[in-house]
Design a binder for this molecule. Structure first.
Ligand code: 2HG
Ligand code: ZN
Length: 466
């Protein structure tokens, strides 16, 4: 609980209009996984000064502060697991500048990814990182998690598009990290430290993001494949042949079964796995790439390859793919969704091992994701409610993490560690690496007030002692 005196001070610091203490806090309690942690208070910051005042107050009283974007995260990064204050950045929602000469956008962190796409388009520009949730996730959240997305197979993840960050440190001081230029090597890159730090080191208040010239055309291909083994082999061949599609999205047999009825075309009986590809670039370049990709799909045993330039069917295909995360959640009683990545030559082996792990524990395993990045969304699903099946699902997840790391991969390629993968961080990080990173956190945040109990193996997670 926060005392009456603490609340009076907090109200004086941030203003009554920005402070939420009633039932409206519920809207800030959960993320996409819908497991709520009700914060004691919510501050909807309206200015950098509000954030500075909040963090100074929090340091005085040792109260946790959890920054929150649009709440679409999948790892619990924005959950107030130790209570305290949720700092909502939703009102920091302005696009301040689009500069076609420098090819950058200056934005506040609460801007939704898709809003930037729409604002950049009239300038002939686009912002490549495109998480499946781009219509609802905020750019601040994308930077905090170093989000990926389908286009990242060609263009790279969020990190590659951050030029400069303005942020408030837990002490309340404001820093600017990184120059606005594309090059810059003065000192350690604090900007890179903040990207992907999941709101544990500082509160980002302004971002200068790189934009790219919009390709003249984009062609969409759908390869109807007999099984996921041929999809994995095809991803490897595409790489070996030196081709770079701007999307290489995969659905395994179980995922195809789930969405078969939602697709804009009927799939032949023998089609049990799908690859959704895109070829972009100059007019002739995109066409040539699409033809070469189509040819490789045929050689890999595709029953058919469907191709289009824009249009309703392509839009519908992408909608089905972008909604898959929700579709799985809607159609199963319980879902744990992971985002491991493994080297491309281990994909099929990894997939088969994940399925065996699921079978051994009697839970469903379904996979889809960004195959060209080796990034599989292995979903561990159950049709049963209840703690017993959930416990079995977590056991499978833990084994999947071990497998990914044994294969030279990672436990999280794009969603972050947050609180849900926190117990498993030691599977990937060595004790030395984890210790060094916790020391960095302590340097930024000696009182551990900013998004505590996340990522690393901190001692006992408890509500703060007010
Ligand atoms: C996607 O690519 C997202 O659809 C979500 O990263 C993945 O929930 C999931 O499994
Ligand atoms: Zn994804």
């Amino acid at each position: 609980m926060l005392s009456a005196e603490q609340l009076r001070e907090l109200e004086a610091a941030v203003g009554a209009a920005s402070l939420i203490l009633d039932e409206r806090r519920v809207a800030f309690a959960a993320d996409e996984l819908k497991v709520p942690y009700l914060p004691h208070a919510v501050v909807e910051a309206r200015s950098v000064a509000d954030i500075q005042a909040l963090l100074r107050w929090a340091n005085r009283h040792k109260v946790p502060v959890t920054p929150r974007g649009a709440g679409t995260g999948l790892s619990g990064g924005a959950l107030a697991v130790r209570g305290g204050v949720v700092l909502s950045m939703a009102r920091f929602n302005r696009i301040l500048e689009i500069d076609p000469v420098n090819r950058w956008a200056v934005v506040e962190p609460g801007v939704i990814n898709f809003q930037l796409q729409e604002a950049a388009a009239p300038h002939g520009l686009f912002y490549p990182p495109d998480p499946a949730s781009w219509e609802s996730s905020s750019l601040g959240g994308n930077v905090a998690e170093d989000a990926g997305g389908p286009r990242c197979v060609k263009y790279g993840v969020t990190r590659a598009y951050v030029l400069q960050l303005e942020a408030v440190l837990p002490s309340g001081e404001v820093i600017t990290c990184g120059p606005r230029t594309r090059k810059g090597v003065a000192g350690y890159s604090l900007r890179d430290l903040l990207i992907g730090s999941e709101g544990t080191l500082a509160v980002i208040t302004r971002m200068v993001l790189r934009l790219q010239p919009k390709p003249a055309r984009t062609l969409t291909l759908l390869a109807l494949l007999p099984d996921s083994a041929s999809a994995c082999a095809l991803a490897a061949t595409i790489n070996r042949e030196g081709l770079t599609p701007s999307a290489l999205e995969f659905m395994d047999e179980a995922a195809v079964e789930l969405v078969r009825g939602d697709l804009p075309m009927a799939l032949p009986e023998g089609c049990r796995s799908l690859l959704l590809l895109e070829a972009d670039g100059g007019r002739a370049e995109a066409e040539e790439l699409a033809e070469r990709l189509g040819h490789l799909c045929g050689e890999a045993g595709a029953l058919d390859v469907w191709m289009a330039e824009g249009g309703e069917k392509a839009a519908r295909l992408w909608e089905v793919r972008r909604r898959l995360s929700h579709t799985t959640r809607e159609r199963f009683a319980q879902k744990l969704s992971e985002d491991i990545a493994v080297p491309l030559d281990r994909l099929q082996e990894c997939l088969e091992a994940c399925r065996r792990l699921g079978q051994a524990k009697g839970v469903h395993v379904l996979a889809y994701g960004h195959l060209g990045d080796g990034n599989l969304h292995v979903n561990v699903l159950s049709r049963e409610e209840g703690e017993a099946s959930l416990a079995r699902m977590w056991q499978v997840v833990e084994e999947i993490f071990r497998l990914a790391v044994d294969f030279g991969g990672t436990i999280t390629a794009e969603h972050g560690v947050g609180c849900w993968k926190q117990p498993y961080i030691g599977i990937e990080l060595s004790p030395q690496s984890e210790q060094l990173q916790m020391n960095i956190k302590r340097l930024f945040d000696p009182n551990n007030i900013l998004n505590p109990a996340k990522i690393f193996s901190w001692p006992q997670i408890e509500e703060f002692d007010a």
